[in-house]
Ligand binder design. Structure first.
Ligand code: NAD
Length: 499
C-alpha cells in the first residue's frame, strides 16, 4: 500500500511516529494509502527549519516572491487534470467539481501575483515640522494553516498563497483524509522557485494540531473546519498569544419568495443542496419558501429533479451529479440524522437511505434526501448534516423567513430568490450572515473580494483571501522620522502633538 510522507525542506520525508491514518477511495470503500501522523518532535523540527528559511524569504523583494506565484499559477494550470484527479480520488467529488476545487484555489494564487501592490505601506509627508510618517507591512514569521477534507486543493491554496506572498513561512497541516493534493502542490511550488523550508507540509491529527497551537515560534493560525474544532483552536491559539482566524461549519438558508422564478429556484436548490454530496460549507441545506402556495409549488418542482440525480464514482466523469461522502462513518451519521428527522415528525419526501450502486456496494454513497415540514427544534435543522439532504422549512411571511435565518447560530452563506429588488436589497442589508446571494445560491466571493462567515461560522478577525488575507498575514510597523534640517531645539518632554 502507498505510504505518503511529509514535505520538509523541499523533499518528501517519511514519518517516524509509527502512527498512520488510512486514506480511503470513498467510491469503493478500499484503503488506497496511509499517511503518517506527525509527533510533536517532528512538528517542532519542521517549524525550526521553517523559521530559518523564512529570514531569506522575507528579505526577497515582493516582486520576486510574486514571480514565484506567477510560475506556480502556470504550473497549476499545466497540471489541472492531474490535480483534479488527485482531489477526486481521495475526496470522491466528480472530476468537473474537482477541477472547480483547483480553479477556485488558483484564482487566489492569481491575486497573489499582484501582492506587491497589496503590500504597499502608507506615507504622510510633513506630518509635523520636518517629520514624515510611514507604515510598512511586514511578514509575521512562521504561520500555520490547518485545513478540512472537503476542498483538498482550494483551501490549502487559500492559506498558502497569501501567507507566502507576504514573506511568511508556512506549516500546512492538511486534512489527514485527503493529503495528497497538498503534497503535490508543495512539489509544484518548489518547481516554481519557492526556497526549501518556506512551505512545510506536516501531516497529522489532533496531536500535530496541538503542537502547532503550543509552538512559540508560530505567530498565526489560519484554520478551516467544523465549528467545535474552530472554536477550540481559536481559544487555544489566542490564549497562546497567536493571531488566529478559524472558519467553521454552516447551515445555509435559501429564501424563496412567491414572486421568484420557481424553476430557476428549484434548479439552484438541487445544485447547491446536492452538489459535492452536500459536503460544502456553502451548500444550501435549508429551503425556506414563503407562503404555502410557494412551498407546494416548489415541492412539485424539486421532487422530479431530485429523483433524477445521478450518484456515482468520479471515474464516470460528466455522467454523475455527485459522488460518495468521505467515510463510512459520515454515511452512517447522515443516515442516522435522516432517521431522526422521520422520528421527529418531518415529512421525508425523497428517501436516500440504503442507497447501493452496482459494482460499488462498499462505497460510501448516500442517495439524495428531501424533507418537507421541517421545524427548528428538529435535529436535522439544528445539526450541520454535511450530506445530500435538503430540508424545507415553511415560512408564512418574509419577516418569518428572515427571522429564521437570523436566529440560526451559523452565519456562513444565505440566498434569496425573488423578482423584487426592494426585498432583495432589504434582505442583503439586514441579514446577519457573511455572504449573501441574490438569485445566486452559492455566493462564494471571487478571489479579489474576501470569504468569511459570521456568528458560529467564524472565530477571530478578518476574512480569508483578498485584501483581508494581506492584513492577516502581515503586521504594521509605523515609523515617525525626523531629519534635523535646521531644527535646533532641545529635548522634548511632552507627548508630541504635531500641530
Ligand atoms: P474537522 O473540523 O473535522 O477537521 C478540520 C481540521 O482540523 C483537519 O485538519 C483535522 O485534522 C483537524 N482536527 C480534527 N479534529 C481535531 C481536534 N479534535 N483537535 C485538533 N484538530 C482537529 O472538519 P472536516 O470534517 O475536515 O471538514 C468539514 C467541516 O469544515 C464542515 O463543518 C464544514 O462546514 C467546514 N468548512 C468550513 C469552511 C469555511 O470556510 N467556513 C470551508 C470548508 C469547510
Amino acid at each position: 500500500m502507498q505510504e505518503l510522507t511529509h514535505w520538509i525542506n523541499g523533499e518528501h520525508v517519511k514519518g517516524t511516529s509509527g502512527r498512520f491514518a488510512d486514506i480511503y477511495n470513498p467510491a469503493t470503500g478500499e484503503i488506497q494509502a496511509r499517511v503518517p501522523l506527525a509527533t510533536p518532535d517532528e512538528m517542532a523540527a519542521a517549524v525550526a527549519k521553517a523559521a530559518e528559511a523564512q529570514v531569506g524569504w522575507a528579505n526577497t523583494n515582493p516582486q520576486r516572491r510574486a514571480r514565484v506565484m506567477m510560475k506556480f499559477g502556470a504550473l497549476i494550470n499545466d497540471h489541472m487534470d492531474e490535480l483534479a484527479e488527485l482531489v477526486s480520488r481521495e475526496h470522491g467529488k466528480t472530476l468537473p467539481d474537482g477541477k472547480g476545487d483547483v480553479q477556485r484555489g488558483l484564482e487566489v494564487v492569481e491575486v497573489c501575483m499582484g501582492a506587491p501592490s497589496l503590500l504597499k505601506g502608507e506615507f504622510t509627508d510633513d506630518g509635523g515640522p520636518g517629520i514624515d510618517l510611514y507604515s510598512m507591512r511586514q511578514p509575521l514569521g512562521v504561520v500555520a494553516g490547518i485545513t478540512p477534507f472537503n476542498f483538498p486543493a482550494m483551501i490549502p491554496l487559500w492559506k498558502m498563497a497569501p501567507a507566502l506572498s507576504c514573506g511568511n513561512a508556512m506549516i500546512l497541516k492538511p486534512s489527514e483524509r485527503v493529503p495528497s493534493t497538498a503534497l503535490r502542490l508543495a512539489e509544484l511550488l518548489k518547481e516554481a522557485g519557492l526556497p526549501d523550508g518556506v512551505l512545510q507540509v506536516v501531516n497529522g491529527d489532533k496531536e500535530a494540531v496541538d503542537s502547532i497551537l503550543d509552538n512559540d515560534t508560530i505567530q498565526a493560525v489560519g484554520f478551516v473546519g467544523s465549528t467545535p474544532i474552530a472554536q477550540y483552536i481559536y481559544g487555544r491559539a489566542a490564549s497562546n498569544g497567536k493571531r488566529a482566524q478559524c472558519f467553521g461549519g454552516a447551515k445555509n438558508h435559501m429564501i424563496i419568495m412567491p414572486d421568484a422564478d420557481l424553476d430557476k429556484a428549484a434548479d439552484a436548490l438541487v445544485g447547491a443542496g446536492f452538489g459535492a454530496a452536500g459536503e460544502r460549507c456553502m451548500a444550501i441545506s435549508v429551503a425556506v419558501p414563503v407562503g404555502a402556495e410557494t412551498a407546494d409549488a416548489l415541492v412539485e418542482r424539486l421532487v422530479p429533479r431530485i429523483e433524477k440525480l445521478k450518484v456515482g464514482p468520479y471515474t464516470s466523469e460528466n455522467e454523475v451529479d455527485y459522488g460518495p461522502v468521505i467515510t463510512a462513518a459520515a454515511k452512517q451519521r447522515i443516515e442516522g440524522l435522516i432517521d431522526s428527522g422521520v422520528q421527529q415528525g418531518a415529512k421525508l419526501v425523497v428517501d436516500g437511505r440504503g442507497f447501493s450502486l452496482q459494482g460499488y456496494e462498499d462505497g460510501f454513497f448516500v442517495g439524495p434526501s428531501f424533507f418537507d415540514n421541517v421545524t427548528p427544534d428538529m435535529d436535522i435543522y439544528k445539526e450541520e448534516i454535511f450530506g445530500p439532504v435538503l430540508s424545507q422549512v415553511r415560512a408564512e411571511t418574509y419577516e418569518d423567513a428572515l427571522k429564521l435565518t437570523m436566529d440560526n447560530p451559523y452565519g456562513n452563506g444565505t440566498a434569496i430568490f425573488t423578482a423584487d429588488g426592494d426585498t432583495a436589497r432589504d434582505f442583503a442589508h439586514r441579514v446577519n450572515v457573511g455572504m449573501v446571494g441574490i438569485n445566486f445560491p452559492i455566493p462564494v466571493p471571487l478571489s479579489y473580494h474576501t470569504f468569511g462567515g459570521w456568528k458560529k461560522s467564524a472565530f477571530g478577525d478578518l476574512n480569508q483571501y483578498g485584501p483581508d488575507a494581506f492584513r492577516f498575514y502581515t503586521r504594521t510597523k509605523t515609523v515617525t522620522s525626523r531629519w534635523f534640517s535646521g531644527i535646533k531645539e532641545g529635548g522634548e518632554f511632552n507627548f508630541k502633538a504635531m500641530d
